[in-house]
Write a protein that binds this ligand. Structure first.
Ligand SMILES: C[S@@+](CC[C@H](N)C(=O)[O-])C[C@H]1O[C@@H](n2cnc3c(N)ncnc32)[C@H](O)[C@@H]1O
Length: 254
């Protein structure tokens, strides 16, 4: 790759495509966000989930939701999967398209400008679904998670910002009306609503507690099979969704 560098030392094309949220390592030792405030992001997150997915994904179909510049999309493609990466932001999709060429995986990667809610009309299921860093950006998180779960025929990797919760408790199969004080228990599965900003980001709407993530996953028809890292859930299908009718009505699908 012959890339001219800018005064800041970044290759010209990398600088022109910036700002970058993903630090991609490109041929020739080029990195897209070497000064990332979160560190070597998301390489260290990938290290936490890499062992939860098959090393050989040849013949498998994968979906990366909120793919950003394509870090996870490319890792799955390097393992042999055919990957559909979707994001609603054309800025990030431009980066991902360019990087897929640089990394030589463009033939196994399709990138489409789609919203999470557009999954309602995507008529396909996937062996691997990556849904990392998106749930808390949705104003309608359970609708989004129901739609994501519909796409899972194999493994879902879910990552979300959470509301800190140290206590755990059993939840009764039915809570009597006059025992609603139980809902104020800090261990009850719950989501904190963020009316204004969290980390100066107006699109951070919800911070679910870990117990709420567990419960929401179960409620979609999936089950949690592993927790390989902080705020990461590995899930598989347990049963069909019981909420298809409501999802249809919410998305105008029928
Ligand atoms: C915090 S970044 C996470 C990127 C990547 N998944 C990761 O974990 O490193 C959120 C990404 O999701 C995308 N996104 C947010 N809301 C979305 C939505 N409703 N539909 C599709 N993409 C969305 C953003 O454009 C952004 O690329």
């Amino acid at each position: 790759m012959s890339l001219q560098t800018t005064a800041a030392g970044l290759p010209q094309e990398v600088a022109e495509l910036g700002p970058w949220f993903h630090n991609l390592r490109l041929p020739g030792g080029v990195q897209t966000a070497p000064e990332h405030p979160l560190g070597d992001f998301p390489s260290y997150k990938w290290a936490e989930i890499a062992g939860s997915l098959p090393a050989d994904l040849t013949g498998k179909r994968a979906l990366d939701i909120g793919c950003n510049a394509g870090f996870y999309t490319f890792e799955l493609a390097k393992r042999g999967a055919d990957v559909l990466g979707i994001d609603h932001d054309p800025h990030f999709l431009r980066q991902a398209r360019w990087a897929s060429e640089q990394l030589g995986v463009a033939d196994r990667v399709e990138l489409r400008r789609l919203d999470v809610y557009d999954l309602a009309r995507l008529d396909e299921t996937f062996d691997v679904v990556i849904f990392m860093g998106v749930l808390y950006h949705l104003r309608y998180p359970l609708l989004g998670l129901d739609l994501v779960a519909e796409k899972v025929r194999g493994t879902l990797v879910l990552q979300t910002l959470t509301r800190p919760q140290t206590e755990v408790r059993d939840v009764p199969p039915d809570l009597p009306f006059d025992e609603r004080h139980e809902l104020a228990d800090p261990a009850w599965p719950s989501m904190a609503f963020i009316e204004h900003r969290l980390a100066d980001d107006p699109t951070n709407w919800w911070a679910p507690s870990p117990a709420a993530v567990d419960a929401m996953v179960r409620s979609t028809g999936l089950r949690v099979v592993d927790r390989p890292g902080h705020e990461i859930w590995i899930c598989e299908r347990e049963r069909d969704s019981a909420h298809r009718g409501e999802v249809d009505r919410a998305t105008g699908r029928t």
